[in-house]
Design a protein around this ligand. Structure first.
Ligand code: MG
Length: 377
C-alpha cells in the first residue's frame, strides 16, 4: 500500500463584516488544506494553521518525502518529515505543513482500516465534549460593550456552558466589557478571556486583579509568548488560571513552557504543533507536569474534527468518579469554510458535542464547496 498523491488547496472566504482583536483585523478567512490519496483509492484530509500560501509551499516541500510511503506507517512518516527539516525549521510554518500532512494521514489510515481516529489513538475515554464558544471579537459598531453582552447572551441561549471573549484593547475598556458580559450571562456559565499577548507583565497583573471578581476560567496569552518567566510571575500574583501555548511547536516547545511553570493550561493547536502524532506526545508531557490541556482550534471542520478525536482520547489527571468536563475551542465567528466544507455529525447541541464513530476523522468533504472557495490561480 502506497501514498499516491498529495494536493493542497488555498481556500478563502471574504467576510460580510470585518472583525478585529488586539493584534489585527480579519476581513477574510484564508486557509490551506491538504488531500492525500493512497493507491487503494482512499482519501485523507488535513489542514495547516498559519499563513495559507506558506503552509502550501511547506506541504509542497515535504511532498517528495511522503509520496510512495505506506500510509499506515504515519508515525514513521512524521519522523522522516521532521528529520528532513529540523536543521532549519524546528518551529513555525514547516511544522504547520507537517501537521497538515500528519492530520490527513490519520484520516486516511482511519478510512483504510474503517476505524475512527479516536480508536486508532488508543480509545475513546468520553462520549461527549463540551465546546466553549469563541467569539466576542471587536467590530466598529457603536456601544461595543452592549454588542459583546448581546452576543454572550445568545451563546448562553444556545446552551453553551462556557465561552471566551477577547480582551487587549486597553485595561479600562477590558474591565468594562468583562463586567457587562458576566452580568449578561449570569454566574453559572464559564467565562474565559484572551488578550492574544497584548500586555506586559505590569498590565497583565493589573487587569487580572481587576477582573478576578468576575470568576474568570482562565486568562489566555496575557503576555507575549517569549516571556516564560513573566508568565510564571503572573501566576503567583493572581488567582485566575493562566493559559497559553497556541504559538508553541512540538513537544520541545511545550517542554520549555512546562519547565518554566508558566501556565496552568496548555493550548497546542493540532494543525500547527506537529499534528495528532505530536499532540499526543505533548499530552503525555503535560500529564507528567500535572498541567491541563485544552487544544486551540481555528479553521475548518477538518481542524475541529481532529481536535475532537484528540480530546475524546485525552487522558485526564487526576482520575475521579466525576471526571471534569473536557473542553474544546469552538470558534463562532463568521466562516463559510467552517460551515460548508465538511459534513459532520459532530456539532454542538445544547452545549455538548457527541463524538462520531465514523471512519477516519468522521466527515466527508463537499467537493462543490472546495470548488467554490478554492483560490483560483
Ligand atoms: Mg487565543
Amino acid at each position: 500500500m502506497k501514498i499516491k498523491s498529495i494536493e493542497s488547496f488555498i481556500l478563502t472566504d471574504k467576510l460580510k463584516e470585518a472583525f478585529y482583536f488586539s493584534q489585527w483585523e480579519y476581513s477574510e478567512r484564508r486557509i490551506c488544506i491538504v488531500k492525500i490519496t493512497s493507491d487503494t483509492g482512499h482519501v485523507g484530509w488535513g489542514e495547516g494553521y498559519g499563513p495559507a500560501a506558506l503552509v502550501k509551499s511547506g506541504i509542497e516541500h515535504l511532498t517528495p518525502y511522503v509520496i510512495g510511503q505506506n500510509p499506515l506507517e504515519n508515525e514513521t512518516i512524521w519522523s522522516i518529515m521532521y528529520r528532513r527539516t529540523l536543521d532549519f525549521a524546528r518551529r513555525g510554518i514547516l511544522v504547520s505543513a507537517m501537521s497538515a500532512i500528519d492530520v490527513a494521514l490519520w484520516d486516511l489510515k482511519g478510512k483504510i482500516l474503517e476505524q475512527p481516529v479516536h480508536l486508532l489513538l488508543g480509545g475513546k475515554k468520553r462520549d461527549k465534549i463540551i465546546p466553549y464558544a469563541t467569539g466576542m471579537y471587536y467590530t466598529n459598531c457603536r456601544n461595543l460593550g452592549d454588542k459583546l453582552a448581546k452576543e454572550a447572551e445568545e451563546y448562553a441561549r444556545l446552551g453553551y456552558k462556557a465561552m471566551k471573549m477577547k480582551v487587549g484593547l486597553g485595561i479600562r475598556e477590558d474591565i468594562e466589557y468583562v463586567a457587562k458580559v458576566r452580568k449578561a450571562i449570569g454566574p453559572d456559565i464559564e467565562l474565559m478571556v484572551d488578550s492574544n499577548h497584548a500586555y506586559n507583565l505590569r498590565e497583565a497583573v493589573q487587569l487580572s486583579l481587576a477582573i478576578e471578581e468576575y470568576n474568570i476560567g482562565w486568562f489566555e496569552e496575557p503576555i507575549s509568548p517569549e516571556y516564560y518567566e513573566q508568565y510564571a510571575e503572573l501566576r503567583t500574583k493572581t488567582s485566575i488560571p493562566i493559559a497559553g501555548g497556541e504559538c508553541e511547536y512540538t513537544r520541545f516547545g511545550f517542554q520549555t513552557l512546562l519547565k518554566s511553570n508558566s501556565v496552568d493550561i496548555i493550548q497546542p493547536d493540532i494543525c500547527a504543533t506537529g499534528g495528532l502524532t505530536e499532540a499526543k506526545r505533548i499530552a503525555t508531557l503535560a500529564s507528567v507536569y500535572g498541567v491541563e490541556l485544552v487544544p486551540h482550534t481555528w479553521g475548518t471542520g477538518i481542524a475541529i474534527s481532529a481536535a475532537l478525536h484528540f480530546v475524546a482520547n485525552l487522558d485526564v489527571m487526576p482520575g475521579r468518579l466525576r471526571t471534569p468536563n473536557c473542553l474544546i475551542e469552538y470558534d463562532r465567528t463568521e466562516n463559510g469554510l467552517r460551515e460548508e466544507l465538511t459534513t459532520t455529525d459532530m456539532i454542538a447541541v445544547n452545549g455538548e458535542i457527541k463524538i462520531s464513530d465514523k471512519p477516519g476523522l468522521g466527515f466527508e468533504l463537499h467537493e462543490d464547496a472546495l470548488e467554490k472557495y478554492a483560490l483560483k490561480k
